[in-house]
Ligand binder design. Structure first.
Ligand code: FO1
Length: 316
């Protein structure tokens, strides 16, 4: 049973690790947000692609959820000595990835080919696809001016008030090779528990992707990233509120209702299930907070159970 997933970074990777352990990972295709990508020190950096790849390779730093475990930062110290910005913490080993990706792109490769090269070298069996081979930077219009997403999140610590989110040049982008095929072929499509606006939003904005999900809406399962009115990771809750969205499972359901038929929400939010169902979605109550490997595998197994039901329903 093939599964496709739409993913941001840290939150998504927890679920993807669970999925890759309870199914044949070769049947898992992951479409990753690249709106967070940035150019720094002349290097092409793709944080979400790397977070997903390092996590599935068992190499991610467990404390941060990004970067390599047991990383050192000697090169960054040296860059700072030369007066270069050091607010984005690039580790020594991580820099190897960025140098390799940048070299491949300079040699004429596409981002999807670079992502595949890194995935294969790190021994990851699941397919990892960037949402697009074209650059679609996520820009945040704030009370302190327009910022690149990483400047907003990391340099400014998500402190500025968000007024608008812009997916730069998205109208000229195309889904990367394999993305639409994976979405069309999958028994189920999983929207990982990532920020709906700045992690999943950019993927859905690539021309053709939202329509692909709408066509397969009955097979789309989203895991709610908001639990008890708070985001599981990062500034999603603040950002949703600043842009006028309700910070709740119901608020997330409203954002996804056109592309998704099933929303998995935490038992803490069970009282919202009837309101979610009145939007024409199925609300499945299941623990979504993933602290341990067992939590990740349990949620992944629940998703496979729903996917199998979808499959059986379609066959009947
Ligand atoms: N997040 C931080 O909060 N601070 C950092 O210095 C930082 C560096 C970094 C380097 C490589 C990488 O792949 C990810 C990194 N992240 C860092 C995470 C990243 O900014 C975000 O978590 C994602 O872009 C959002 O999914």
């Amino acid at each position: 049973m093939e599964i496709a997933a739409l993913a941001g970074g840290v939150g998504a990777s927890k679920l993807l690790l669970g999925l890759s352990r309870v199914m044949d990972p070769r049947e898992l295709s992951i479409v990753v947000n690249t709106g967070d990508d940035l150019l720094l020190h002349g290097l092409s950096i793709s944080p979400d692609l790397d977070i997903v790849t390092y996590t599935l390779a068992g190499l991610v730093n467990p404390d941060t959820g990004w970067g390599f475990r047991e990383e050192t930062f000697r090169a960054l110290e040296q860059l700072a000595l030369y007066g270069r910005p050091n607010w984005f913490h690039l580790g020594d080993r991580d820099l190897g990835t960025h140098i390799h990706r940048t070299a491949l792109l300079r040699e004429g490769a596409f981002l999807s080919e670079a992502a595949d090269s890194i995935r294969c070298a790190l021994g990851v069996a699941a397919k990892i696809l960037p949402m697009s081979d074209q650059a679609v930077p996520t820009l945040i219009e704030t009370d302190r001016g327009r910022l690149h997403f990483q400047e907003y999140l990391v340099r400014e610590r998500a402190e500025p008030t968000v007024r608008k989110i812009i997916f730069g040049g998205v109208e000229h982008s195309r889904p990367a090779p394999g993305v639409l095929e994976a979405l069309d072929r999958a028994a189920s499509i999983v929207i990982c528990p990532s920020n709906p606006l700045i992690s999943i939003g950019p993927i859905l904005a690539v021309p053709g992707v939202r329509d692909a999900l709408r066509r397969r809406r009955a097979r789309v399962i989203a895991v709610c990233p908001i639990v008890g009115g708070q985001s599981l990771k990062g500034p999603s809750d603040r950002m949703l509120a600043q842009l006028g969205f309700e910070v709740s499972a119901l608020g997330v359901a409203r954002i996804y209702r056109d592309v998704c038929a099933t929303l998995i929400l935490d038992p803490l939010d069970a009282p919202q299930a009837p309101a979610i169902e009145s939007l024409g979605m199925e609300a499945v109550v299941h623990p979504t907070v993933m602290r341990t490997l067992e939590d990740k595998e349990r949620l992944a197994a629940k998703i496979l159970e729903i996917a199998a039901q979808h499959n059986a329903g379609a066959a009947a």
